[in-house]
Design a protein. Structure first.
Lengths: 443, 490, 265
């Protein structure tokens, strides 16, 4: 202990004043500023990516919710109807009526533009058959004025949304530059305009050739049935498994194995669960392909580890004193858990379950393998049970299907589908947050 | 769906048993519940459990076993000579199954009478045509043995279902009766119910293990089948991935290496994006950010983690790809040929991984004790010196673990690469070229009209196995490191 | 309460190193230190004693602005070191802390080697011109920390592998290595066993040769053993400050007396 007094410290540091920064401190403080700037830059970059993502979703997705419609007030008399029905090309006759009605309307609006039947067909599709279908189904409307809102062709829709441009358009049998003049004239007269497209929200998928008619509704129903399966299976199984592992399991090899298993399963890529579903549920058990039931089963297996992990955390958060209190008044261990611990842990369990469900709702890869993508969901299931077993699509699978199609008009639908999907996810997460805020207990 | 109604019937039996059991218990105690050993509900639950559990167990076992039995029976009906060249027994059997389903549906649609479906002979009536008329998918002309087998299949399956329904209901009834019989005021109903519930809890916990077993079973079985058809040495060493599209025939080159290269390259790009951004963001948020900044920026970054991967896939394909193309494409530097490229997918994946890396690192940095920081500040170190020389070295094992977990995520990611990376397998160093990954090929080999017996489809299982082993190894290692790290500061 | 400190000083009076006037510290809305005036002399051990939560550690942490790292903490009043206000806007706390070193309650060696632990300070402050120079600093600091003989053969071993007492001496050596002018010690022995404590106490006594040492302690015996000056804090007030001998044998304030005789605290 004599070392200290032996050598007096050689003054390495010159006596400096505190109020003036020496050169080295200046350099160090500059490095400090730089480092801090990197941090800010990193966060700004992350937030920038988020903003770009949000911006491209909104910008590209919002058009999916509108469609271009043609407003025409049209009156068909009984005589005209009879005459048309008497002809060989019935729909052509209806087109003729429509064109003359449109011409009349344009005259009253004082718009000068020439067009023929082919142009109308390019802009509005087969108008004659639409009209004929309507009047054959509603003969009582004959002689009355009917306000039609007719969907314009997908390329015209694209023209309104900027997907089709005048400069790059090449005349084809689908659309010509002259048609665009007509469209402009009609738009000026207020006859053709964009309107909210309920069909996108309520409709089912259309074929590859009709992007305008594609809707997300049927796949929302598919997702709903899938989530129902996931909820009904994963909540009870997940809670039961967690209760066992957290409250009853003895410390032995089997328990260890289960625990290691669960934490590894939580990190297994989702596509592997798809392979599992394909091999076990479809190849081995011969459950129907593309069915929400199978999708739900696969997603259940995938979500279970997440739910078990969050459930165990909320069970663990209930203090042991509660269990002791219940045991102290003579409850069995099982009663203590089910009567006291479980209800106290319930908000946490539900929050975890909702977040697990939200994850499952957005999962796509396993659905590809069980055939949810090859299938075109053209309609709604016709009953509750067939909702589980009939082939259907699901929201993310539908989005993928649209994104993989060649026609670029489907991209807009895919982005629109993403908006719907994100609205669902956002709602679920908000519910989870509210649940947590409302019922969270600090011990 | 008869199984659905069967379950409803069993549940109804259980409900009835519950009330009967409760009533009987109270009766045996002379209406005074204080004389009972357990609460009355336990007597009811005991009966209900005994009705439901064995019946459901039987149902599940039956549902799994019946297809085996049926396949066995049918398989015996098809002589080896009737299996066409280049096909296999499995293919013929699945045709039988399809035909049988077609017949079922045709009968349900009213196109065929039950009588006709049972007795038709392919020689006499053109069953194929009639099935096609009923909108049933029938690929080949139905042959005599296939039709016979399909008819037998329907009969055996029908009988099986009938017997199953009877057996399950019988077991439920017997269980309920057993429960009722033992119901007496001295019976320890609570203990009995708790034993039953415990068994259910253990069963639920075992599902995790069953899932793993299921994964291994589906991967290993099919992988072995694949290696029987395709030499393993070529799979592991061939530098080319070119499956033949005709389906049959051995012209395919199925080398895993180009796919592995694509997977690792894209993951590397993703990590190059995500790790610095995520790490610096975590450092800033935990060491510098004021409370309001932290409470805004942290959840905002975590939003990125909650976005489904399909969205990132679309973002890669339709936003990042065109954006990069406008800079590096033919109109820009000319490095990039198409919007699908390693860098496109890597960038999107990197963005997806930012919150993953940052929140894991945040946890880990926060686990470094404050005393370390104090010690360093007390010596006159600046914040950045403290972070670089004390906190990050201390947190290094944890951060390595986090990066490994992120790598495993990147390797297993599917949707982004399916949409953003391209379809052609390539061994190239150019990040602007399209490459493909293990996951993308699993998807492409297993979707579409693939025939499960061909090596082109089975290779997907070998790829799945590769993927599973890689991610499992990374996860186990990473979790081990992270756990070790946590223990150090606990 | 404390009106005439200067009259009761020893004759061998040292220069005043730190002088604090009307220091107030707030944690959010809590008023943790109230109106503290105090002069700390050079080459002297000054002990801060008082019951838990009395503000002695808080005041100590004001002296090298460690409280800056706590967001809600606010300091008012003047604290001068060698006549310079350390809370002046132009003062860089980093520079200040190099001058006023600190040793903490719990030994907190960095998870690095023993050598790197000691070399950390000299490196960041650029005190060594060469590797040999740094080696010399490390050896000298470890000798000063009275731990050289125990670790000289394993300088590459991690500092966390040492025993508690060794770790604390390592931390003191680490603080000494940056050549501070003042050494603050926040209950340096509270996590140590009696043998380690006596080693550290001996060390403190030797450090007095070169530094002004301020030590916060819970133990009155320790204060009596190591310090020349003692300050008694109670509920955020500096109740009494003076020569250690005087405080322990003949306190002026009744609260000091109650504390020393064990009635409060």
């Amino acid at each position: 202990m004599t070392d200290a007094s032996m050598d007096t410290p050689r003054p390495r540091r010159a006596k400096t004043s505190l109020v003036s920064e020496d050169a080295r401190t200046k350099k160090r403080n500059a490095a400090e500023k730089r480092f801090q700037a990197y941090g800010i830059l990193a966060i700004a970059t992350g937030l920038f990516f988020l903003a770009v993502l949000a911006f491209s979703i909104v910008r590209s997705g919002l058009p999916a919710f509108t469609t271009t419609v043609v407003d025409v007030n049209f009156t068909l008399t009984q005589e005209e109807f009879d005459e048309a029905e008497g002809q060989l090309f019935k729909t052509k006759a209806y087109s003729g009526y429509f064109i003359s009605a449109l011409q009349k309307k344009l005259e009253t609006e004082n718009v000068q533009v020439a067009f023929d039947e082919a142009a109308i067909e390019r802009i509005m599709g087969k108008i004659g058959s639409t009209l004929r279908e309507y009047y054959t189904a509603n003969p009582d409307q004959l002689g009355e004025e009917v306000a039609f809102k007719l969907n314009a062709a997908s390329r015209v829709d694209g023209y309104f949304k900027g997907r089709v441009q005048r400069e790059t358009l090449q005349d084809s049998r689908f659309l010509t530059l002259a048609d665009l003049d007509l469209v402009d004239a009609l738009a000026e007269a207020g006859i053709i305009h964009t309107a909210f497209d309920w069909g996108f929200i309520t409709g089912a998928d259309s074929g590859v050739d009709n992007p305008g008619g594609a809707g997300i509704g049927a796949s929302v129903v598919g997702s709903f049935f899938m989530m129902l399966v996931v909820l009904l299976l994963s909540l009870p199984i997940g809670v039961a498994a967690s209760i066992y592992l957290e409250e009853f399991a003895p410390q032995n090899r089997w328990t260890d194995m289960i625990e290691v298993n669960i934490s590894n399963l939580a990190a297994v890529p989702s596509i592997v669960f798809g392979i599992l579903g394909l091999a076990v549920f479809i190849q081995f058990m011969h459950l129907p392909q593309s069915a929400p039931l199978v999708g739900g089963l696969v997603l259940t297996l995938m979500t279970l580890p997440t739910i078990i992990i969050s459930t165990r955390a909320s069970l663990k958060a209930v203090p042991p004193s509660i269990r002791d209190a219940a045991l102290g008044v003579g409850a069995s261990k099982m009663q203590a858990v089910f009567h006291h611990v479980l209800p106290l842990a319930m908000p946490g369990i539900l929050t975890g379950t909702i977040i697990g469900l939200a994850q499952a709702l957005g999962e796509t890869a396993p659905l590809l393998l069980i055939g949810m993508v090859g299938f075109v969901a053209r309609g709604y299931p016709d009953g509750f049970i067939s909702g589980f077993t009939d082939p259907n699509s699901a929201m993310p699978a539908q989005i993928y299907t649209w994104a993989a199609r060649a026609d670029q008009a489907f991209y807009e639908k895919a982005w629109g589908g993403i908006i719907i999907l994100l609205i669902f996810l956002l709602t679920m997460n908000i519910i989870a947050i509210i649940l947590r805020r409302r019922f969270e207990r600090r011990w | 769906m008869p199984v659905f109604w069967l379950i409803v019937i069993v549940l109804a039996l259980a409900a009835a048993g519950y009330f009967l059991g409760r009533g009987r218990a109270l009766q045996s105690a002379g209406g005074d519940r204080r004389h009972l050993h357990s609460l009355p509900t336990y007597y009811g639950s005991n009966v209900a459990l005994k009705a439901v559990v064995p019946a459901c167990l039987l149902l599940v076992v039956w549902l799994v076993a019946q297809p085996f039995y049926v396949t066995n029976v049918i398989s015996g009906m098809i002589p080896a000579s009737d299996i066409p060249e280049g096909s296999s027994r499995g293919l013929v059997l699945s045709e039988v199954r399809r035909t049988a389903e077609g017949l079922d549906n045709a009968v349900a649609a009213g196109v065929m009478t039950e009588e006709f479906a049972r007795n038709a002979r392919a020689d006499f009536t053109d069953v194929t045509q009639r099935l096609k008329d009923a909108n049933q998918v029938v690929t080949n002309q139905i042959t005599q043995p296939v039709l016979r087998a399909a008819q037998k299949y329907r009969i055996v399956n029908g009988t099986g279902n009938m017997v199953m329904t009877g057996a399950v209901i019988l077991v439920a009834l017997l269980g309920a009766l057993w429960g009722l019989k033992e119901t007496h005021k001295a019976f320890r109903a609570r203990n009995s119910v708790e034993k039953g519930v415990m068994a259910l809890l253990i069963a639920a916990a075992s599902i995790a293990v069953l899932t793993t077993v299921g994964i291994l079973f589906s991967l290993i079985g099919n992988t072995i089948e694949f290696f029987r058809l395709y030499p393993a040495s070529e799979f592991f060493t061939l530098l080319e991935w070119a499956p033949s599209f005709s389906g049959r025939g051995g012209a395919s080159s199925l080398g895993v290496l180009p796919l592995l290269w694509g997977t690792l390259y894209i993951s590397l790009v993703a990590l190059i994006v995500a790790v610095p951004i995520g790490l610096f963001a975590a450092v800033y948020l935990s060491e510098y950010a004021s409370k309001p900044v932290r409470s805004f920026a942290k959840p905002m970054l975590e939003v990125l983690a909650g976005i489904p991967t399909i969205v990132y896939g679309l973002f890669a394909l339709l936003t990042i790809g065109p954006m990069l193309l406008s800079v590096f494409g033919p109109d820009g530097t000319g490095w990039m040929g198409g919007q699908r490229a390693v860098i496109t997918a890597g960038l999107a994946m990197g963005i997806m991984l930012i919150p993953f890396v940052s929140s894991l690192s945040d946890d880990i940095i926060n686990a470094v004790p404050q005393a370390m920081r104090d010690g360093s500040y007390g010596l006159g170190a600046t914040k950045s010196e403290t972070i670089k020389q004390v906190i990050l070295p201390a947190a290094l094992p944890g951060i390595v673990g986090a990066v490994l977990l992120a790598t495993s995520r990147a390797i297993g990611e599917t949707m982004i690469v399916v949409l953003g990376a391209g379809a052609a397998a390539r061994l190239s160093l150019n990040p602007f070229e399209a490459m493909t990954t293990v996951t993308a090929k699993i998807v492409s080999q297993l979707t579409g009209d693939s025939d499960f017996a061909s090596p082109e489809a089975l290779v997907a299982f070998a790829l799945g196995m590769t993927l599973f082993i890689m991610t499992l190894g990374l996860n186990v290692f990473a979790l081990y490191i992270v756990r070790k790290y946590r223990e150090q500061y606990d | 309460m404390y009106d005439a400190p200067h009259t009761e000083r020893d004759v061998d009076q040292q220069d005043i190193k730190i002088s604090a006037r009307k220091v107030q510290v707030y944690y959010g809305t809590t008023h943790a230190i109230k109106d503290v005036d105090c002069d700390i002399e050079d080459k002297t051990v000054t002990a801060f004693i008082g019951p838990s939560g009395c503000g002695k550690s808080t005041f100590l942490r004001c002296l090298n602005r460690m409280n800056d790292t706590i967001d809600v903490c606010r300091v008012e009043g003047d604290i001068m070191i060698d006549g310079e206000d350390i809370y002046d806007k132009r003062v860089d706390p980093v520079q200040l802390r190099a001058k006023v070193g600190m040793v903490f309650q719990k030994p907190n060696p960095f998870p690095k080697s023993i050598y790197d632990n000691i070399a950390y300070g000299p490196r960041i402050h650029g005190l060594a011109k060469s590797k040999a120079d740094l080696d010399e600093i490390v050896e000298k600091s470890l000798r000063r920390g009275a731990i050289w003989d125990e670790v000289k053969d394993r300088l590459d071993a991690p500092g966390t592998g040492l025993s508690g007492g060794q770790q604390q001496r390592l931390c003191i050596a680490r603080a000494v290595a940056t050549e501070p002018e003042v050494l603050l010690m926040d209950e340096p022995c509270s996590a140590l066993d009696p043998i380690a404590t006596s080693q550290v106490e001996e060390l403190i006594d030797e450090l007095r040769q070169d530094y002004s040492v301020v030590i916060v302690t819970h133990s009155m015996q320790q204060a009596a053993r190591v310090s020349q000056k003692t300050a008694f804090f109670h509920l955020g007030n500096l109740v009494e400050f003076g020569d250690t001998g005087k405080i322990f044998t003949n306190p002026v304030d009744s609260r000091t007396e109650s504390y020393i005789t064990g009635r409060i605290g």
